[in-house]
Design a protein around this ligand. Structure first.
Ligand code: SF4
Ligand code: SF4
Length: 392
């Protein structure tokens, strides 16, 4: 990759990102999940059991609502397809694709690039193909090396290895896969982890298929999920939405219920425009996620450059979550947690007209009224998993 830049970019005026001179690119080795493999501060037998629980004989189900065998059975089945792609080259090459390494499960494409009439036509065709391949959201931004990992975590060495996505790919296609609203209402539960697993499984299929389509057109395309780069800044630059206090992306279409994927390509495309709809201002009057987070990992003050530990990004003024506290809670309850998604007022079904009106209100100076309406009329209490199972 080319040398590290620390300066503000013109795109930051559109996204509102505050990237300071102290900025440092993030090394994936410092990601909390990678640290659970090598850092004694995070690594533990309990963390090992947490990861093993995603495979049925080790699920450690219990009688508590949402943590029974049938809940783990569904959750682990939802993860199954993404796990297949993750492990497809693991034994032979050590690559953990979609999580530590980009996908390499591609056939040879076409030698000569297909000639589109214009960037608009190419973007139209790729968007149409992405929708066909089940992407819920689609956007394009320019390549921005600030968000690429400075190194990729290697399971074999417990150290960083060099980034292997070429740096001369000028465009990033970002896709989003929505997570099931009904399942997120049962958080915390093993059952609700099915929403996360399904998001990744659909993401894997869509990314690999779309990247193959672009290669078949004669262009370069590298499909990437949790590996290689920070997904949220690229998604914001690709016009998906804004970042909330809980450090998650909030979109107009699905609120905070989204998994992200990226394709790095040299196919000339028309970039999307970043979109603001009042999230930052709304979060400044709301603290529902911070108040509901059991380990108090979410800040309830203003955006800042404060970091809690080496899993945080240095040199960006924003709301930052204490990943060590968050992960410890996941490990203790033996499944991932999305309480901050469940309680977020933006977590709604926007196919309903009254929720679209609420979103307009939340983005207006009447945001406190929107928050009051959410308190009065939205049931954000955990739904029993047994209720989810009994619904038709
Ligand atoms: S996932 Fe759970 S523990 Fe982590 S920040 Fe959100 S509410 Fe807190
Ligand atoms: S719960 Fe409130 S403060 Fe937290 S991200 Fe959602 S809107 Fe923002």
């Amino acid at each position: 990759m080319s040398k590290e830049h620390t300066n503000k970019r013109p795109i930051d005026d559109l996204t509102g990102f505050q990237v300071l001179d102290t900025f440092k690119k993030f090394d994936q080795r410092d990601d909390i999940f990678c640290r659970s493999q090598w850092d004694s501060k995070v690594k533990s037998d309990k963390a090992g059991a947490f990861f093993s629980s995603y495979f049925m004989p080790n699920a450690r189900s219990r009688k508590t609502d949402g943590f029974s065998q049938r809940d783990y059975a569904l959750r682990n089945a939802a993860w199954h397809v993404t796990n297949i792609f993750r492990d497809i080259n693991r034994q032979a090459t050590g690559r953990k694709e979609g999580f530590f390494d980009h996908f390499t499960t591609h056939d040879e494409g076409w030698a000569e690039p297909y000639s589109f009439d214009s960037d608009d036509q190419a973007t139209h065709d790729i968007r149409k193909a992405a929708k066909l391949f089940k992407a819920d959201l689609f956007g394009v931004c320019e390549f921005d090396e600030r968000w690429m990992y400075s190194g990729i975590y290697s399971e074999a060495t417990n150290d960083s290895k060099p980034m292997d996505i070429p740096d001369k790919l000028p465009f990033v296609i970002v896709i989003g896969e929505s997570m099931d609203l009904g399942l997120t209402e049962t958080v915390p539960s093993a059952l609700s982890g099915s929403a996360t697993g399904l998001g990744y499984s659909y993401d894997s299929v869509t990314l690999i298929t779309l990247a193959q389509y672009i290669r078949n057109l004669g262009y370069r395309a590298y499909a990437s999920m949790n590996d290689s780069s920070l997904g949220i800044p690229l998604a914001v630059q690709a016009g998906f939405g804004e970042v909330g206090r809980h450090s998650l992306l909030i979109t107009e279409e699905y609120g905070p219920r989204l998994r992200l994927g990226r394709i790095f390509t040299d196919l000339p495309l028309k970039v999307s425009r970043p979109k603001k709809f009042g999230v930052k201002e709304f979060c400044s009057v709301c603290d529902r996620c911070a108040a509901a987070c059991p380990p108090k990992a979410i800040p309830n003050d203003e955006p800042s450059t404060r970091i809690y530990n080496r899993s945080n990004l240095i040199g960006v003024k924003k709301w930052t979550v204490d990943a060590e506290k968050c992960f410890k809670f996941w490990v203790n309850q033996n499944t991932d947690c999305s309480i901050c998604i469940r309680v977020c007022p933006y977590n709604r079904d926007y196919s309903r007209w009254h929720n679209r009106i609420w979103r307009k209100l939340a983005g207006s100076p009447l945001r406190r009224l929107a928050l009051w309406l959410d308190d009065q009329f939205s049931n954000r209490i955990r739904k029993k998993s047994n209720s989810w199972w009994s619904e038709s």
